[in-house]
Design a protein around this ligand. Structure first.
Ligand SMILES: *[C@@H]1O[C@H](CO)[C@@H](O)[C@H](O)[C@H]1NC(C)=O
Ligand SMILES: *[C@@H]1O[C@H](CO)[C@@H](O)[C@H](O)[C@H]1NC(C)=O
Ligand SMILES: *[C@@H]1O[C@H](CO)[C@@H](O)[C@H](O)[C@H]1NC(C)=O
Ligand SMILES: *[C@@H]1O[C@H](CO)[C@@H](O)[C@H](O)[C@H]1NC(C)=O
Ligand SMILES: *[C@@H]1O[C@H](CO)[C@@H](O)[C@H](O)[C@H]1NC(C)=O
Ligand SMILES: *[C@@H]1O[C@H](CO)[C@@H](O)[C@H](O)[C@H]1NC(C)=O
Ligand SMILES: *[C@@H]1O[C@H](CO)[C@@H](O)[C@H](O)[C@H]1NC(C)=O
Ligand SMILES: *[C@@H]1O[C@H](CO)[C@@H](O)[C@H](O)[C@H]1NC(C)=O
Length: 763
């Protein structure tokens, strides 16, 4: 979580910087209708340039040439360009031929290895051997760059780069073009947007080299190779490996320490499409914008049309409902959860008794017993000089852990013990001084020991660097993970699924970027770092997408998404419903975890898939009452029409709104969903519907049996939900499962019914 805070700081830095941009000239992204391009132009680039040339020079810009106005001309992600324009120049562009819409360039939000084992990936059976470990699938990431020297990007033993690849290894500051190899097959950087928005800023690392760590971490999570003896200061020691270790990586750096802008993100995705990536992994998102202004939503529509599978992070603004970004119907939206690993330390009391707690202190801890004092709630002013070089023991008895934590951090104590009932502890673990978090049971052993002795007699020593595997229950949905419904498209249930995101160990730029601060305030370095966030869960899902793409190259992006969703797990490793850390020990709802926890081995053979075609998404945008111009901004095509508007697309999940005003009305409300499934198994097969009851609703499916004789045969069914005008509960849910008669295949879809608003936020 330390890193998440860091990103927030970087992000707000870029916002405030942008306020300094000269008022008379700003950067705009302009969408154009290519179908109106006069035949006299040889390419859309020359047309865009001519459109810019048509601006009559005004006094302030008389010396500015067109070439310096043009920031980017795009090919795929959008039809249009980015340019620096004064208000009057923008007006002229608005009146020129083919103008569709424009938005001001704006900042974008970044989200922030044992996890492959936790996903069930192994070399004996399942997705790894079947998919050849993701052989030759190309994963593109738009991120902070890459640290090519990391062992995770070693290409030893990999075959030649696929000949279809059109990408490049761009040279730049501290990055020469021979740094790419057969693993890292592309590295590019996109800085024209940031430089035009912040004309006076100098980029501290003007190349694809990663000086932040985020991109090195995400890319090695998706497709890093085997690195032995990886660890974070001895925590989590083992062999690090990404989800698709034989896939290729292409890095598109568009996230700068100095800021992140829509125009650069668009340019990066535009180029990734041209270069020929198969999977796009986007651990970032734009907050508070509708779909037709969301650069990721717009650019990924073009990716979808090209058959590129896109996985994107849900965001770290949980646990509040309607907090997620990338709630875009044509991407996979990924939530974050824990894995079955805990990092521990031990407190040994003067009487020889030891208790274990959680901690990730990186340094050596003194083994000599030190005086220990019990304070109670460490929230008030404490006498700092009396606590120096002591171990303080604090009790969180009223949900004040975060205040106590920050209060003690400011003191010069030898170590701290926090006794707490909370299980949401991740953000308190990466500390620069020895800290252990104890549960109530262990805490009582410690306080009993202290209270039996005279003042000043209690002593203890601390030891760190423990790792426990197979801990239960796991996974649990992390509280920071953003929750649905999607405010940009509430009629499609989001997020889609959850994947490992908490305390994920992956590669790091070891020689420039400290991962921790030691006891003497020294910087500590490591080739691997532990990070948490949906930024970390997204590349896990991207890696699974790559494994599926390698196994089933003919599957569409929505078929791959469907396979991942309908086969995901809803039970944890104790065979109980996956819990939500933010909600005591209650089960996580589909608004927190989507269909469940991704399960790559099962996703190989999903039985049935729910396919969605690009035109289905257009019909959905029509149903949501987007204007023609807004739709064209996303689809780039003017040849669609809204003769089949719908709010119901062929999605592998359901969300129904019972949010009427009239609570006294006894009239029933009926919601009907139509779905068509495609059989992707071998031989003939029959599937039978099974519904879990949802309190307050009557749910039925018809027909209740679907029979298939051949692969790729399609069958349709209807799901009917009858309920009150307004539900008493905010959120209720259940599942529809199609169970294959002959085998073990279960094709499960979550069903959410809610009284929340179904309005699309227009901002
Ligand atoms: C950028 O630099 C120019 C020339 O040095 C200066 O006139 C201008 O005020 C600077 N702009 C900002 C936003 O600092
Ligand atoms: C890149 O760096 C390597 C090692 O420093 C050097 O041998 C090589 O010539 C450089 N290549 C280019 C294209 O500059
Ligand atoms: C617990 O916290 C609540 C809210 O912050 C406060 O009103 C209450 O007085 C506290 N109780 C104790 C025992 O400190
Ligand atoms: C600790 O948490 C559990 C489960 O949330 C709860 O039942 C129990 O009352 C809590 N105990 C204390 C002392 O807060
Ligand atoms: C779209 O507009 C129509 C006509 O005004 C209205 O009936 C319908 O409820 C609107 N749909 C949405 C999703 O807002
Ligand atoms: C709308 O588009 C569909 C599919 O492309 C086409 O069949 C239909 O004729 C079009 N309708 C109108 C009114 O243009
Ligand atoms: C609910 O009631 C308010 C005020 O009576 C009204 O403005 C609003 O349109 C109603 N909403 C719906 C969904 O009927
Ligand atoms: C469910 O169906 C039964 C029988 O038709 C009916 O009595 C009941 O009111 C329905 N419940 C709801 C919530 O619609």
């Amino acid at each position: 979580m330390v890193n998440q805070i860091l990103y927030l700081c970087l992000f707000s830095l870029s916002i405030s910087n942008s306020l300094f941009v000269l008022a008379n000239s700003e950067t705009y992204i302009v969408h154009m209708d290519l179908s109106t391009m006069p035949k006299s132009f040889s390419s859309h680039h020359t047309w865009f340039t001519a459109t810019l040339n048509s601006i009559t020079p005004t006094t302030t810009t008389a010396t500015t040439s067109t070439s310096s106005k043009l920031v980017y001309s795009y090919t795929n992600a959008i039809h249009g360009f980015t340019a620096t324009l004064s208000p009057s120049e923008l007006e002229i562009i608005k009146n020129s031929r083919g103008y569709l819409s424009s938005i001001k360039d704006s900042p974008v939000q970044l989200d922030t290895t044992h996890s492959t084992q936790f996903l069930g990936l192994n070399s004996n059976s399942g997705a790894w051997p079947v998919a050849g470990y993701g052989k030759d699938v190309i994963i593109g990431l738009v991120d902070t760059g890459v640290w090519p020297e990391s062992g995770s990007f070693d290409d030893n033993g990999m075959g030649a780069v696929p000949t279809r690849w059109k990408g490049e290894c761009e040279a730049g500051v501290q990055f020469n073009s021979s740094l790419c190899n057969k693993k890292l097959i592309g590295a590019r950087y996109f800085n024209k947007g940031i430089l035009s928005n912040l004309p006076n800023s100098t980029l501290s690392m003007n190349s694809a080299r990663d000086t932040d760590g985020h991109g090195t971490h995400t890319s090695s999570t998706a497709a890093g190779r085997y690195v032995k003896h990886a660890s974070y200061f001895g925590y989590g020691t083992g062999t690090a490996v990404g989800v698709a270790p034989n896939a290729r990586i292409a890095m598109y750096k568009a996230v700068w320490e100095e800021g992140v802008f829509v125009s650069d993100i668009l340019a990066a995705i535009d180029q990734a499409i041209v270069d020929g990536v198969d999977v796009l992994s986007l651990s970032l998102g734009a907050d508070g914008v509708p779909l037709h202004q969301d650069p990721i939503a717009i650019a990924t529509f073009a990716a979808l049309e090209k058959g590129i599978f896109v996985s994107a992070s849900a965001g770290n603004h949980g646990p509040y409902l309607r907090s997620l970004h990338n709630g875009t119907p044509w991407v996979l939206t990924v939530a974050a959860s824990t894995i079955d690993r805990e990092f521990t330390g031990m407190l040994t009391l003067g009487n020889g008794v030891s208790v274990t707690g959680f901690g990730l202190y990186p340094g050596d801890s003194s083994s000599n017993p030190a005086p220990m004092v019990f304070i109670g709630a460490c929230e008030k002013k404490m006498e700092a000089n009396k606590l120096e070089r002591k171990i303080v023991v604090c009790l969180d008895n009223n949900d004040t852990l975060s205040q106590q934590f920050f209060m003690v951090e400011s003191l010069n104590v030898l170590g701290a013990i926090f006794i707490t009932n909370s299980t949401d502890l991740e953000r308190y673990m990466q500390t620069s001084y020895p800290v252990l978090l104890l549960d109530l049971h262990s805490g009582k052993i410690v306080t009993d020991y202290i209270q039996k002795l005279n003042k000043g007699e209690a002593k203890a020593s601390m030891r760190f660097h423990g790792t426990r595997l197979g801990t239960k229950p796991a996974p649990r949905v992390s509280s920071y993970s953003s929750r649905g419904p999607s405010y940009t498209c509430p009629v499609v249930l989001k997020p889609d699924l959850t994947a490992p995101g908490s305390l994920i160990l992956a590669a790091w730029p070891d020689s420039i970027l400290a991962v921790a601060i030691g006891k003497e305030h020294e910087q500590l370095f490591s080739k691997f770092n532990l990070l948490s966030g949906t930024s970390m869960s997204c590349p896990h899902a991207s890696g699974v997408g790559a494994l599926l793409k390698a196994t089933h190259p003919e599957w569409s992006p929505s078929a791959i998404r469907s396979a991942m969703m309908t086969t995901s797990d809803i039970l944890d490793n104790t065979f109980k419903p996956i819990q939500d850390i933010a909600d005591d020990v209650n089960p996580a709802t589909p608004l927190a975890m989507g269909s469940g926890h991704v399960s790559p081995n099962k996703a190989l053979n999903p039985g049935l898939v729910y396919d969605v075609k690009p035109e289905d998404y257009v019909n959905l945008l029509c149903g949501l009452n987007f204007t023609k111009v807004q739709i064209q901004t996303i689809t780039r095509s003017s040849t669609f029409n809204c003769s089949n508007p719908t709010l119901d697309i062929n999605y592998p999940s359901f969300i129904a709104y019972f949010n009427g005003n009239d609570t006294k009305s006894t009239a029933k409300v009926v919601r009907v969903f139509k779905r068509t499934v495609t059989y992707v198994g071998d031989g003939s097969s029959t599937f039978t519907a099974k519904l879990t009851a949802i309190s307050g609703l009557n749910v039925s499916v018809s027909p209740e049996k679907l029979s298939f004789r051949l692969k790729n045969e399609k069958q349709s069914y209807k799901l009917r939900i009858e309920g009150p005008n307004r539900l008493n509960d905010e959120v209720v849910y259940g599942f529809l499962s199609w169970i294959e008669s002959k085998g073990k295949i279960v094709v499960r879809s979550p069903i959410v019914a809610t009284s929340l608003t179904s309005k699309v936020d227009t901002f």
